[in-house]
Design a protein around this ligand. Structure first.
Ligand SMILES: NC(=O)c1ccc[n+]([C@@H]2O[C@H](COP(=O)([O-])OP(=O)(O)OC[C@H]3O[C@@H](n4cnc5c(N)ncnc54)[C@H](OP(=O)(O)O)[C@@H]3O)[C@@H](O)[C@H]2O)c1
Length: 285
């Protein structure tokens, strides 16, 4: 079993520490607000003297600035810092240099589950940084989730993480618009839920509605067939959806932004292509 220091005891870090303990690891914990360590000390964790106390530091904080603030001027010679906090890919690359400048190695990660799912079979984390160092600590990190290694560029784990969050936030916000609009006509969110579930399932499947996969194939090929459902038709259709929201008296910021994006692709002369052609407008703001 390994020794691991968990730095940051918000909902995520606390669950991580608890999960490492349950897996039989020796766990030290550190948090800016020291009192948050108490429940973990009661479960068998040790209080770390500083945030840099340990050879394997697993960090989960609000941002990378919190790591700089927590580690301060500490030397990190020979230490491995695995940071699972959110920030930008550029900041993660700068952080890799910051850690290396103090003698340590930074592994970055984007953990794809909320606290209750940490340690469950469904959990996975995108990791990037030197592969041999990830492999060296794979056994310990697997207590938290599957280890999904995406490459040596320390910014990459965060880009994968944010790619998933963009899908998560935008699709679920559309679900909220849909429910809010239907509610104005007296439709219960629970009555609509099975239809929304069906959409999410089919979009991720392999059938004729399997757009997640077919859009990836179209983007890879750079060809967006639109004979059966042209972008122009959909640009008009989303205009109707925005009007429907306005008629219902609910807010329209995000759907209006989508409408503008579709209309721009149409105005750029690609209305005869399929929905996938919108990605060419996204690539060139
Ligand atoms: N919660 C989720 O479902 C989820 C899922 C995936 C990924 N994440 C990511 O995981 C990370 C942690 O999330 P979280 O939900 O546990 O809580 P959070 O609110 O993002 O972070 C709380 C932690 O950050 C520390 N912190 C904030 N500013 C600090 C500073 N300047 N110096 C030192 N420590 C500082 C807090 O210390 P104090 O206790 O002293 O305030 C606390 O330990 C975030 O980056 C989040 O985006 C969260």
């Amino acid at each position: 079993m390994s020794q691991v220091t968990v730095v940051g005891l918000g909902p995520m870090g606390s669950k991580m520490a608890e999960t490492f303990l349950a897996a039989g690891h020796e766990v030290a914990v550190w948090n800016r607000t020291a009192s948050k360590a108490e429940p973990l000390l009661a479960k068998g964790a040790r209080r770390a003297n500083t945030a840099a106390d340990g050879d394997l530091l697993v960090v989960s904080q609000i941002s990378y600035q919190a790591m700089y603030d927590s580690l301060g001027d500490a030397r990190l010679d020979g230490k491995v810092v695995v940071n699972l906090s959110s920030d930008t890919p550029g900041e993660l690359r700068r952080a890799a240099e910051w850690v290396a400048g103090r003698g340590g190695t930074l592994i970055t990660g984007g953990i794809m589950v909320p606290p209750p799912a940490i340690g469950l079979p469904m959990a996975y984390t995108f990791y990037s940084g030197p592969e041999d160092v990830v492999d060296q600590h794979r056994g310990t990190l697997e207590a938290l989730s599957k280890v999904t290694y995406v490459g040596p560029d320390q910014g990459l784990a965060m880009m994968f993480y944010q790619a998933q969050l963009l899908i998560f936030w935008s699709s679920l916000t559309s679900h909220m618009h849909a429910m809010a609009m239907l509610r104005t006509a007296g439709v219960s969110p629970l009555e609509f839920a099975p239809f929304a579930q069906e959409s999410f399932t089919q979009l991720g499947g392999d059938g004729p509605m399997g757009f997640v996969k077919s859009l990836a194939e179209e983007f890879a090929a750079g060809v967006y067939p639109g004979e059966l459902n042209s972008l122009h038709m959909q640009a008009v259709g989303i205009g109707h959806a925005v009007e429907a929201l306005a008629e219902a008296g609910v807010e329209t910021t995000v759907p209006e932004a989508l409408k503008r994006l579709f209309e721009r692709a149409d105005a750029e002369g690609r209305g005869h292509e399929g929905l996938g052609t919108v990605i060419e407008s996204i690539r060139k703001p």
